[in-house]
Design a protein around this ligand. Structure first.
Ligand SMILES: [Ca+2]
Ligand SMILES: [Ca+2]
Length: 339
């Protein structure tokens, strides 16, 4: 009998190690472990496992990238959230889903219908059906891939369900982290070049994928104002920084704020290559609510007037026109998910 128990145990052990060999195990990691880089800015984390991270969701995905299946972007529909670490885990991680992986040389792409199903899954807690929003505390399980200065959790560009992401709710509406106030001289040197520290203790790496606030700047180049565009800010000492705009409807509805303003943004990196990743830092603001003093969407709309679609505190024909313009549009991944 003892021998039999031993054999069963051995068999279970063999099954476990076989599944381990094909990468089915999972390691819980901190954002700092995941984002550690070498002297070239290339991430050093390596394991044959999926990873688990926890943290706070910083953005609503459809304000960052257009998830619409078949969208005109190179990758078609895209979905991305940033999850920021908590406590002394001073880092964050992007979680990405795209439609046309085949365009990068991967084995396949999602049809529009398949991609809608993927979106519906990642937008919801699998246990409760709750729809995630910025400020939720979540747990993400998935594969990962290095991309231009960051280690992103993603499907490794594989449509096979083995590579699916799993996002679970830990606490709804936990609240956004307080943005860390930085000045541009903390991330740019005197020659207006990005400061890179491979230890991630100072400079741009320290703030990557975290919520930051830069006070007292001016928009110095507004030509890119509009959904998906890029503008430039300048501080009183002449240091500059690019600001990427999300696809929030505020960038269409409102003019850019003028004069000295503040910016609240996700600090991001998209380096010019995958080999040397010491550039391509930017601030990413996903929406703007037209307040005139801070480039951000405070997420606390005033007015409380049903039907005031453009939130100018007046329900009139302009609201109706906007409604008519958008008649029958639907948001893939949130609508018609068969639930
Ligand atoms: Ca980086
Ligand atoms: Ca109105």
């Amino acid at each position: 009998m003892k021998r039999m128990i031993f054999s069963v145990t051995a068999a279970i052990f063999i099954v476990f190690t076989v599944s381990n060999a094909i990468g089915e195990t999972v390691a819980k990691v901190t954002h700092e472990e995941l984002q550690a880089v070498d002297g070239d800015g290339v991430c050093t984390y390596e394991a044959a496992d999926k990873v688990i991270i926890t943290g706070i969701v910083l953005n609503n995905p459809e304000e960052m990238l257009d998830p619409t299946p078949g969208a005109a972007a190179f990758m078609g529909g895209q979905w991305q959230i940033y999850v920021q670490g908590e406590g002394n885990d001073l880092a964050g991680t992007a979680v990405y889903l795209g439609q046309y992986y085949g365009r990068t040389g991967a084995p396949g792409s999602y049809t529009d219908e398949e991609f809608s199903g993927e979106l519906c899954a990642v937008n919801r807690d699998p246990n409760s059906g709750y729809i995630f929003a910025a400020g939720d505390r979540v747990k993400v399980t998935g594969w990962y891939k290095f991309h231009k200065g960051k280690l992103n959790i993603n499907e490794m560009h594989q449509i096979d369900p083995t590579y699916d992401l799993k996002i679970e709710l830990l606490e709804p509406a936990a609240g956004l982290p307080q943005p860390e106030v930085i000045t541009l001289d903390m991330v740019k040197d005197g020659n207006d070049n990005f400061i890179f520290d491979s230890n991630r203790e100072t400079g741009c790496e320290r703030y990557q994928a975290r919520l930051v606030r830069v006070n007292d700047i001016n928009i110095s180049d507004s030509n890119g104002w509009g959904p998906g565009g890029t503008i430039e800010i300048t501080d009183p000492n002449g240091l500059t920084f690019p600001v990427k705009l999300g696809v929030g409807d505020g960038f269409t509805r409102y003019d850019y704020p003028v004069g000295q303003i503040d910016v609240i943004a996700i600090f991001d990196q998209e380096a010019s290559s995958n080999e040397i990743c010491k550039n391509g830092y930017r601030l990413w603001v996903v929406d703007y609510d037209g307040n005139g003093l801070v480039l951000t969407d405070r997420g606390h709309e005033r007015g409380n007037l049903p039907g005031d679609i453009n939130t100018d505190y007046h329900v009139n024909f302009e609201d109706f026109a906007e409604l008519a313009d958008n008649w029958l549009q639907q948001r893939a991944g949130l609508y018609d998910c068969g639930q």
